[in-house]
Structures are given as C-alpha cells and as structure tokens.
Design a protein around this ligand. Structure first.
Ligand SMILES: Nc1ncnc2c1ncn2[C@@H]1O[C@H](COP(=O)(O)OP(=O)(O)OP(=O)(O)O)[C@@H](O)[C@H]1O
Length: 211
C-alpha cells in the first residue's frame, strides 16, 4: 500500500492554510510537525474524506494508484486515530474493538475466537483483563490505547494518527510507539502521524515534514 498526496493544499474560507506533497511507501511513518493551528488535523480530515466547511482542498489523494478525492469516506479504508479517543461509551472495551473488525473477520471467526484475539491484543498494550470493562471506567491513557487497537483492528489500507501518544506517560509512550510502529511495518501500511513531540518522529524513523 502506498499513499500519495500530490500537491495537496488545504484552504480555509478559500485562503491557503497548508500545503504538502509526499509519497508514503508501505511501512513508512511520515511525521507531520508544525505550529498549533497550522491545519494538521484538517489535513487528516481531508485525506480520510471528512473535510467540511469552511475548509476545502486542491490536489490529489492517491491510495494504491486509486484517486480517492471523490470516494466516500467509509469506502476509503483509512484508519484514523483522532486526538480525543472517541470510543463508543456505552460499549465495553472488547465491544469497541470487535465493532471495528471487518465483516469478513466476523464471518470467519466465532465469538470465542474473537474474544481470544482481542484479549491478546489488549495484553500486548498493557490492558490485559479489561476486555469486559465499560470504556468510561478507563483512564484517558487507557482509552487512547483502546482507540489505537480499534483503529488497527479495522485493517485499514493506510493509517492517519493525530497526536497518538500525547496522553500517555513516558513508559507507556515507549511501549505503544514500538507496538504501533511495528504493526505498521509488519502490515506494510503507509502512515501519517501528526505530532508536536520530536521523540515520536524519531521513534517512527521516517521523514519529518514541517508545515
Ligand atoms: N470550523 C472552523 N471554522 C473556522 N476555522 C476553524 C474551524 N475549525 C478549525 N479552525 C481553525 O483552522 C485552523 C487549523 O486547525 P487544525 O485543527 O487543523 O490545526 P492543527 O495544526 O491541527 O492544530 P493543533 O496542533 O493545535 O492541533 C486553526 O487555526 C483553527 O482554529
């Protein structure tokens, strides 16, 4: 999978806000850094098809040679992780992750198998035994980890991360960075990561784009 942003410019009320031109090959994490208000989150909205007034853009968004500009958001298969976790609060941790699994995974597995797979994933990010907990009983950092698992459970074709580690303590940051970046490499996914933390960019090991 390759994600190309060809001469992409974001506009607010018709005025240019941010421009980027980059090709992200499989397994690479490109860090996007820049001042607050530069339009970084809006850029991710544009890529995944969620841009709304007063914003617009020009240029092309290409995923695996397919032009995404006019493809509906739910058909783009972009995994986006927002700054605020935005989990389904009335569901358990496990239900939040299971909900994101693609239909073909549901069709091929039993509920018990899915439960076991989700337990393994939770344990790999330090959340063992929390599968049946209501999400609103989790801390912000725990919710951020569930949101990361959910984003990747959907088997996206590309990953867009908005400050993915900002709410984690230092030890968790290291653990989660490894887990997320390893997963991205193993699955050969192109990823864009908006961050203010140079350590995130360094750990990702890819190019840094200043906007
Ligand atoms: N609905 C809106 N109408 C007008 N301006 C908006 C709207 N939403 C956001 N903005 C402005 O657009 C600019 C880009 O916002 P955006 O959230 O993309 O920036 P950012 O680079 O992600 O910032 P941060 O690093 O603080 O998260 C900001 O100046 C913001 O105040």
């Amino acid at each position: 999978m390759t994600l190309a942003l060809n001469n992409l410019t974001i506009y607010r009320h018709g005025e240019p806000l941010l421009s980027i031109d980059v090709t992200v090959p499989p397994g690479q994490v490109v860090a996007v850094m820049g001042p607050s208000g530069a339009g970084k989150s809006t850029l991710l909205d544009a890529i995944c098809g969620q841009l709304s007034d007063p914003f617009s853009y020009s240029g092309d968004i290409i995923l695996n040679d397919q032009r995404m500009n006019t493809v509906a958001a739910h058909r783009r298969n972009m995994g986006i992780l927002y700054q605020d976790a935005l989990l389904f609060e009335h569901m358990t941790v496990g239900e939040n992750i299971a909900f994101a699994l693609p239909r073909h995974v549901h069709a091929k597995t039993t509920a018990a198998e899915r439960h076991e797979q989700i337990a393994e994933q939770l344990s790999s990010v330090g959340l063992a035994d929390l599968q049946d907990r209501a999400v609103q009983t989790l801390s912000g950092g725990q919710q951020a980890r569930v949101a990361l698992l959910r984003t990747l459970a959907a088997q996206p074709a590309a990953v867009l991360l908005d400050e993915p580690f900002a709410r984690l303590d230092a030890a968790r940051k290291d653990q989660l960075r490894h887990w997320v970046f390893d997963t991205i490499v193993q699955r050969g996914l192109p990823a864009l990561m908006v961050t203010h933390d140079p350590n995130d960019a360094q750990a990702a090991g890819g190019p840094v784009i200043e906007v």
